[in-house]
Design a protein. Structure first.
Length: 131
């Protein structure tokens, strides 16, 4: 996955660092009630599946609101990208929040619209890990 972005803590992020790994991209917006409601399930799944990379992709708002969302939801245990201009959203064909893109190690992807709860996330992540 070739793209570069900036994390919410100001670090450069290179999408190629995810090559060969199962990845869950979570596309969210700070004001989105669905995103807020699924945050505990995403946080739990990221902690449960250490062999899967979780990447939050925040958009549709400013960085201050994005940082507040991460703090408020306790989802700071994995990387969140600041995508104010929507470049990563466009790259992965995402047009609305909440959307998940599940990427297998071979680079193939599957999308699911949220909200997804724990059972749905477990099912999708199991599919990634079996690849």
């Amino acid at each position: 996955m070739r793209f570069t972005a900036t994390t919410l803590d100001g670090q450069r992020f290179d999408g190629s660092s995810l090559a060969g790994k199962p990845v869950v991209f979570w596309f969210w917006a700070p004001w989105c009630p669905k995103c807020q409601s699924e945050a505990p399930a995403v946080k739990a799944a990221a902690a449960k599946y250490a062999d899967v990379a979780f990447v939050g992709v925040a958009g549709l708002d400013g960085e201050a609101a994005m940082k507040d969302f991460v703090q408020r939801t306790g989802t700071g245990g994995f990387v969140h990208l600041s995508d104010e201009k929507g470049a990563v959203w466009t790259r992965l064909g995402v047009s609305r929040q909440s959307t998940f893109v599940f990427m297998k190690p071979d680079g193939s992807t599957q999308k699911a619209s949220g909200p997804l709860g724990s059972d749905d996330l477990d099912r999708h992540v199991a599919g990634l890990r079996a690849a």
